[in-house]
Design a protein around this ligand. Structure first.
Ligand code: SF4
Length: 99
């Protein structure tokens, strides 16, 4: 299921967190806090109640994240979202349109 929406979303989240760490935090090694965030986001996606019908998490009426992780992923997305158009245009478009 490599091309499933869930797998695509996991890949995009990973890319965005990595971009945030590399460019914003200026480190090539993903800090523990952020590798936890990637794992957490991937687990949430694995258990997403909407499955392949899911839209963008930021528009989700449920939002299944705990407050701490929600705040962390929002911070990463705010920073990395616009920059993804430059670094990974395909991922950015998929993310923006929740495809
Ligand atoms: S925030 Fe919503 S769309 Fe995203 S994984 Fe959780 S339930 Fe699914």
């Amino acid at each position: 299921m490599k091309n499933s929406k869930i797998e695509q979303s996991k890949k995009i989240v990973r890319e965005m967190v990595e971009l945030y760490c590399r460019r914003h935090l200026k480190t090539d090694t993903i800090p523990e806090e952020y590798s936890h965030l990637i794992d957490y986001a991937c687990r949430r996606l694995d258990h997403c109640r909407f499955g392949e019908e899911k839209g963008a998490c930021k528009n989700c009426p449920v939002h299944c994240y705990a407050p701490k992780e929600r705040e962390a992923i929002s911070r990463v997305m705010r920073w990395a979202g616009p920059r993804m158009l430059f670094y990974s245009p395909k991922a950015a478009i998929l993310h923006l349109f929740g495809k």
